[in-house]
Ligand binder design. Structure first.
Ligand SMILES: [Zn+2]
Length: 407
């Protein structure tokens, strides 16, 4: 069970970075298994580690969670292990992974209000013991730990320097593989993880764009690490991105729904499904235990409004290019063009779109999403769409100016 994780994780290029880094610094402690023990009056989540670490735990609300901060720990555990904690009345599920460079995190989803009885790590056993408590006591603990975390430790991961491309006269395309680290995103029934699938796709797409030689690709994350949503947008701005494309894959209760969908931003969702997806994707920060509700600033002045209007028109144009190229690859959702209030798409000045590659809940899509041949072909079509979008834009820029429209 414990080794199965390496199937998904080893495929992530983050592991080669980790290996390269290991040559310089001592290898981090690894977690090799996890289990939940339940008794009448408490539940205990136990990780077996290859060494000891100093855990720091706190409670958080909406939804009720316990967040355990750790120094860097390499989790070599089947990601399915935390998906449900059968038998525990207190622990619904738990997840774990990297939170920021050098920091890891365990997030425990609670079924009801709980208090932290004990957090300790002795002889390679990391134990988090929880007991039921009243709603009022839980809320008081949340308030207290929020106040402490403001004064003591940053709840935001330290802002790592944004990956920036060396100065280039090629327009920059920022490719944003969703989720990462402690935030796994959607999961397939055999343990496939959205964060790994979209990362592989983003890397393949970056390689295709680089091959084309006309555009400069930049990835928002180069390894399996958590990245807050506003940080993704900041990376696009710091790189003067001419286009931002976020890559995701979703899951649905209805296993028969298949195919890719392209989303752009809109104040009102195009349909209920788009609203649901945006709501879910916007919760990524929360999934990682991030407190801040900070989102991208929406600047209200008139110049920004004008820029925003133009940006949205370009975003729509790009979305159409993407859909017409994907049509040839033959795996589009029956309603492939949608819009909703995605936080990562809210730059007022960078044309942005979000590509949901398909559904991990569909066997058909899952076979595609995990196939290197499909990935190569679909990344190729996506790169072609991006090239076509820029070619159209430069043709428009070269075309004689249209007379100004009468006011
Ligand atoms: Zn996602």
């Amino acid at each position: 069970m414990a080794l199965a994780a390496s199937v998904t994780l080893a495929a992530s290029p983050g592991s080669s970075l980790v290996a390269a880094r290991a040559a310089e610094t001592p290898a981090p402690v690894s977690a090799v298994s996890s289990r939940v023990e339940t008794a009448a009056d408490h539940s205990r989540l136990i990780f077996t580690l290859t060494g000891d670490v100093a855990p720091q735990a706190r409670v958080a609300a909406a939804p009720p969670r316990v967040v355990v901060d750790l120094p860097e720990v390499a989790f070599r555990i089947d990601p399915r292990e935390g998906r449900s904690a059968a038998g525990s009345k207190l622990i619904r599920s738990y997840r774990y992974g990297q939170f920021a460079p050098g920091r890891s995190r365990v997030v425990v989803d609670l079924s009801g209000p709980a208090r932290i009885v004990k957090t300790a790590c002795v002889a390679g056993q990391l134990e988090i013991e929880l007991a039921p408590t009243s709603e009022a006591a839980f809320n008081a603990a949340v308030t207290q730990s929020a106040a402490q975390s403001v004064s003591l430790a940053p709840t935001q991961p330290a802002a790592a320097p944004a990956p920036t491309a060396p100065p280039s006269d090629r327009p920059v395309v920022v490719i944003d593989p969703g989720h990462g680290g402690v935030d796994m995103g959607a999961t397939g029934k055999h343990g496939e993880q959205e964060k790994a699938i979209v990362f592989e796709f983003a890397r393949a797409l970056a390689a295709k764009i680089e091959e084309g030689g006309r555009l400069k690709p930049v990835l928002t994350r180069n390894e399996d690490v958590f990245l807050p949503l506003n940080e993704r947008v900041r990376i696009a701005h710091e790189n003067n991105a001419a286009l931002f494309l976020s890559i995701h894959a979703d899951t649905l209760a209805e296993g028969h729904v298949t195919g890719a969908t392209v989303y752009t931003v809109s104040a009102r969702a195009s349909d209920a499904e788009a609203a649901r997806i945006a709501e879910k994707e916007n919760l990524a920060d929360q999934a990682a235990g991030l407190e801040s509700k900070e989102s991208v600033e929406e600047v209200g002045d008139i110049l920004h409004d004008l820029a925003k209007r133009e940006t949205r028109a370009f975003s729509a144009q790009f979305s159409q290019a993407l859909i017409s190229h994907w049509k040839e690859a033959g795996s589009l959702n029956k309603n492939p063009s949608r819009s909703a209030g995605f936080v990562v798409l809210k730059s007022y000045d960078i044309p942005s779109a979000l590509l949901e590659l398909g559904y991990l809940s569909s066997e058909k899509d899952l076979a595609r999403l995990t196939s290197p041949e499909w990935r190569d072909q679909a990344a190729g079509k996506t790169a072609e769409a991006i090239e076509a979008f820029f070619a159209d834009r430069s043709r428009e820029a070269r075309a004689p100016q249209k007379p100004p429209r009468p006011q």
